[in-house]
Design a protein around this ligand. Structure first.
Ligand SMILES: Nc1ncnc2c1ncn2[C@@H]1O[C@H](COP(=O)(O)OP(=O)(O)OP(=O)(O)O)[C@@H](O)[C@H]1O
Length: 216
């Protein structure tokens, strides 16, 4: 008998118009608790817009969203305590090293999913621990963004093109890290152009086409 997993999020008939274009045109999406979902599709089909909608950073013109059973996304501490969005590069703290950025996350959250030292190792940043993030390469900065996101406790990870800047060797590692996150009960929704990464993360593929989800 199939085990029915609890819903982590649902999007029903989402419509978003931007600059006179209907970017999302009746999109449905769902993810179960402990599931990874990869949203794929051509440039401009609305993947980032959908993720921003899930994070509450893009208002829907119509449609419904439920995130973690709490209704629509809310810009409050409880929501952001459960949800992590990794999209554009974050602002870095001037004067703090890579290791200190991770230490800061650990200090703020107290109980983290791993130690800052483990995060440095997991995201291959040990050799760059003492430099400022702005002195990292693009891919190393992306690894630091992901390390900070995976270090802190959360229930839902929203990742916009997490493969950005990552070399071919690290992408399967990221897939394994995301598998570990879902195995521990977390839910992942990512927009990606890398089907290999999606598969290594064990993600269900959802294709967006002209603002519609055509397979899920
Ligand atoms: N602020 C905005 N005003 C008007 N149009 C916008 C705005 N932001 C995005 N768009 C348009 O909305 C559409 C969807 O953009 P979105 O970034 O969601 O696509 P995407 O699928 O994530 O693309 P990519 O694969 O290139 O990251 C694009 O046609 C884009 O030009």
């Amino acid at each position: 008998m199939a085990i029915r997993r609890k819903s982590a999020l649902t999007v029903a008939d989402a419509r978003v118009e931007l600059g006179g274009n209907l970017v999302l045109d009746g999109v449905d999406l769902s993810a179960a608790t402990g599931e990874a979902v990869a949203i794929m599709g051509d440039n401009g089909v609305g993947k980032s817009t959908l993720l921003r909608g899930l994070a509450g950073l893009q208002r829907l013109d119509s449609g419904e969203i439920d995130v973690l059973g709490g209704g629509p996304p809310r810009d409050d501490a409880a929501f952001w305590g459960d949800v992590v969005l990794v999209a554009d590069e974050p602002g870095w703290y001037p004067g703090l090293t890579v290791e200190e950025h991770l230490g800061l996350v650990q200090a703020v959250y107290g109980e983290t999913r791993m130690t800052a030292a483990d995060a440095l190792a997991t995201f291959d940043l040990r050799a760059r621990a003492d430099v400022a993030p702005l002195n990292l390469s693009t891919g190393q900065r992306q690894r630091l963004s992901l390390a900070m996101a995976l270090l802190r406790p959360s229930r839902l990870l929203l990742l916009d093109e997490p493969e950005r800047g990552l070399d071919a060797g690290f992408r399967p590692r990221l897939g394994e890290i995301l598998r570990g996150y879902t195995a521990a009960g977390g839910t992942v929704v990512m927009a990606t152009h890398d089907q290999g990464l999606a598969e290594s993360a064990g993600a269900r593929l959802v294709r967006l086409s002209e603002g519609r989800a055509v397979a899920r």
